[in-house]
Design a protein around this ligand. Structure first.
Ligand code: MN
Length: 489
């Protein structure tokens, strides 16, 4: 990969964009990572370029592209976040900072943590563009996963499958979801992967051949009735998605009709319905398989008309949608970061339809005490979560605390009794002191002593929450009164 290819891709899509600052960011990154190698033996800058190319493919705005080029600088080089801020501004710096923060979240492979981790991931990112960069970064890491130790391979692949891919799904980014899943699949389920390849190889070839014949027929029939679509193409189902569908269909590949689905892209929604009508007049629909996701979009915003028809002796699924619906299905909310118009020199963001953000909204609604102003959501800035960390109870519940919170803050958050009887703590199953500083994703267990333990005045200096401080003061006061009474009897 080269910077020229990235610049070419951006200017092909947006000829008028000023790329000077992108070039500067590249020079900065190249200098910072000079001499560094990846485990795979490649120069480190290759990882940076591959990550950034993916972002350029996503048609994302320039600050995100620049942050992509700089995403590993604070963690992996001698240059700091402050230097990034000085050279490239606050917006880029805060995106890079977000990347560093989400990097601290690690999946320990416990099923019950998964959903909480997904929420944490998005919350900590603070800006959804950070999630896009992390996805692009992760895709290249998966492509070079072979170079890592098996233990690390497993963690990264599982995390991609259980945390990243479901987030991509909920953000409606099916292209990225598929890519993450298919790259992680062979590492997480090697036997199943081999099996799926074996049973589907011939079928795919057959169905591709069928699809090409049907596409010709579609063009022919559509032109006969003067209803010409923008494009018609076949789309092969990805392996991991096929595997999951097989699990639901008794492992019978003949019951999977969208192994190669046919997509018809039209100018507008009205034409989608006319095309659907036309398809049904040429070929008999399979009953119960017509779905109108245009009138009723899926929860992640997916829109399309689906139908399955008998084409001669074959059963084929058609997906009919507009160009916008198609782009959004591939890139989800990232599609909204596309440049508004090529004539505008500055990258402009199209405001996000809050309806598309139901999942993120759901995450925020859980925090009933705090009201989120609507405009924050539109910008996808989740500022409330700034300076907060998320930690786990041994049962997998998530507790959010201020930065630098200690096990004592955690203990009082759980229950006053636990707080005032704490004698020690385990962080990620290792013994730790009660004044330790907690980090994102830590699992905390509090050890208590019902008889001897009591709050200490020193706790007041290390705790961060008002709750803990108030409870400690109260307990100290009660103790003092107790002592006072003892001496004045
Ligand atoms: Mn990276």
């Amino acid at each position: 990969m080269t910077i020229e290819r990235i610049l070419e891709l951006i200017s092909k899509k947006h000829p008028e964009t000023d790329l000077t600052i992108v070039k500067l960011a590249f020079e900065f990154a190249k200098e910072a990572h000079k001499g560094q190698k990846r485990q795979s033996g490649e120069d480190y800058i290759q990882h940076i370029l591959e990550t950034t190319y993916k972002l350029a493919e996503m048609n994302i705005d320039i600050p995100t592209i620049i942050a992509g080029l700089l995403h590993d600088v604070p963690e992996e080089t001698k240059f700091t976040l402050d230097e990034i801020k000085k050279n490239f501004g606050r917006e880029v710096a805060s995106l890079v900072e977000g990347i560093t923060k989400v990097g601290s979240i690690k999946y320990r492979g416990l099923e019950r943590y998964a959903e909480n981790l997904r929420k944490m991931f998005v919350a900590i990112a603070e800006d959804v563009r950070v999630v896009f960069i992390k996805f692009a970064d992760r895709i290249h890491n998966l492509k070079t996963l072979y170079a890592l130790r098996p233990v690390k391979q497993q963690r990264i692949a599982k995390e991609s499958l259980e945390i990243y891919a479901p987030i991509a799904n909920r953000l409606g980014m099916s292209e990225l979801q598929n890519e993450l899943e298919d790259l992680a699949f062979p590492y997480v389920y090697p036997e199943e992967y081999k099996w799926v390849i074996k049973i589907s190889k011939k079928k795919y070839e057959e169905r591709r051949g069928d699809a090409n014949k049907i596409i010709k027929k579609v063009w022919q029939k559509m032109s006969e009735i003067n209803l010409v679509p923008l494009s018609v193409y076949g789309r092969a189902k990805r392996y991991y998605s096929l595997y999951n569908k097989l699990l639901r269909k008794d492992m019978d590949i003949d019951r999977i009709y969208d192994l190669v689905a046919l997509r018809i892209i039209t100018k507008n929604a009205d034409e989608c319905y006319r095309v659907l009508g036309a398809i049904h007049s040429f070929w008999k629909p399979v009953s119960g398989r017509v779905k109108d996701y245009i009138a009723q979009p899926k929860p992640n915003g997916y829109q399309s008309l689906h139908t399955t028809v008998y084409c001669d002796d074959k059963i084929v699924e058609f997906q009919i949608k507009t160009k916008e619906m198609d782009e959004e299905a591939e890139w989800g909310i990232a599609a909204h970061w596309a440049f508004k118009s090529a004539s505008n020199k500055n990258a402009t963001r199209i405001p996000i339809d809050p309806e598309k953000l139901k999942w993120i909204k759901g995450l925020l609604n859980q925090r009933e005490k705090i009201q989120m102003p609507e405009e924050y959501l539109e910008k996808l800035k989740i500022d409330f979560f700034k300076h907060r960390i998320f930690v786990f109870t041994p049962k997998g519940d998530v507790i959010d605390l201020p930065e630098n919170a200690t096990p004592i803050d955690f203990a009082y958050h759980i229950h006053t009794y636990i707080g005032s009887h704490a004698i020690g703590a385990k962080i990620n199953t290792k013994m730790a002191t009660l004044d330790a500083s907690l980090k994102n994703g830590d699992m905390i267990e509090i050890l208590i002593d019902k008889k001897r333990a009591k709050p200490s005045e020193e706790w007041l200096f290390t705790t961060q929450t008002h709750l803990a401080k108030d409870k400690i003061k109260q307990a100290l006061k009660e103790n003092r009164i107790g002592i006072f009474r003892l001496f004045n009897r």
